[in-house]
Design a protein around this ligand. Structure first.
Ligand SMILES: N[C@@H](CCC(=O)N[C@@H](CS)C(=O)NCC(=O)O)C(=O)O
Length: 226
């Protein structure tokens, strides 16, 4: 059985799911969903997930959305095809990964995504007619600072990895969000040597899957230009 992964390479959680899958033996195929032309709102896609977001998967008769839930489902169903460190079976080790993933959406993704939307998507989607206000940008920058401080001072305080003593899906989810702002020339690790070292560590560990997936995204960078 081949798992179908519905995604757009522009999606940070979509890239994280692909990188995770490339580092397992789970057979999968990519079905590209172009968010820019509304593929995620078609009746066919609504049947895959009424959430109308990517990534989503179809595994036999079963389909679902939401990256974290997808990863947990796949890592549990295909446990013998997934090296344990990605989502450990040990209760306490797994709880550490879950702890980060609970933080992730309002934490790393919340911080990185808000400023990306303000700086890139607001002007692009409005074809240059709208720009985020200075007030909104200031708030986004303050939020980003707070979230990255948490990454450095809590999750990475005494660790090389976000959740435990080896790389896990937590690290993959985080770096894909951190990379998103490279589109607008924003290096979220600037002035943060600990975070920079973390990003490099994860990228190196994820060779070649990180580059394969990100190169497919870089090929779409023109779509972020006005
Ligand atoms: N919490 C969801 C977020 C999914 C999400 O927001 N995906 C974006 C792309 S990064 C999307 O599909 N946006 C289309 C829309 O919201 O209309 C997950 O982690 O899967």
């Amino acid at each position: 059985m081949v798992v179908k992964v519905y995604t757009d390479f522009r999606s940070q959680p979509g890239r994280a799911l692909l990188i995770f899958l490339k580092n397992t033996k789970i057979p999968f195929e990519i079905v590209e969903v172009n968010l820019r032309v509304g593929d995620h709102k078609t009746p066919e896609f609504v049947k895959i997930t009424p959430l109308c977001t990517v990534p989503a998967i179809q595994d036999g008769d079963f389909s679902m959305g939401e990256t974290v839930a997808i990863i947990k489902y796949l890592a549990t169903k295909y446990a013998d095809l997934v090296p344990d460190h990605w989502y450990p079976k040990d209760l306490e080790k797994r709880a550490r990964v879950d702890e980060y993933m609970a933080f992730h959406h309002t934490g790393t993704r919340g911080g990185c995504c808000s400023i990306f939307v303000s700086e890139v998507l607001v002007p692009v989607y409005s074809k240059g007619k709208e720009h985020a206000s200075d007030e909104r940008l200031t708030r986004d920058k303050e939020n980003l600072t707070k979230r990255l401080d948490k990454l450095e001072n809590a999750f990475l305080r005494d660790n090389d990895w976000l959740a435990g003593d080896d790389i896990s899906v937590a690290d993959v989810l985080a770096v894909c969000e951190m990379m998103q702002n490279t589109v607008n020339g924003r290096d979220v690790t600037e002035g943060r040597p600990k975070l920079r070292a973390f990003l490099d560590r994860v990228k190196n560990r994820l060779k070649p899957s990180f580059d394969e997936v990100h190169n497919a995204w870089y090929a779409m960078w023109d779509t972020y230009k006005l």
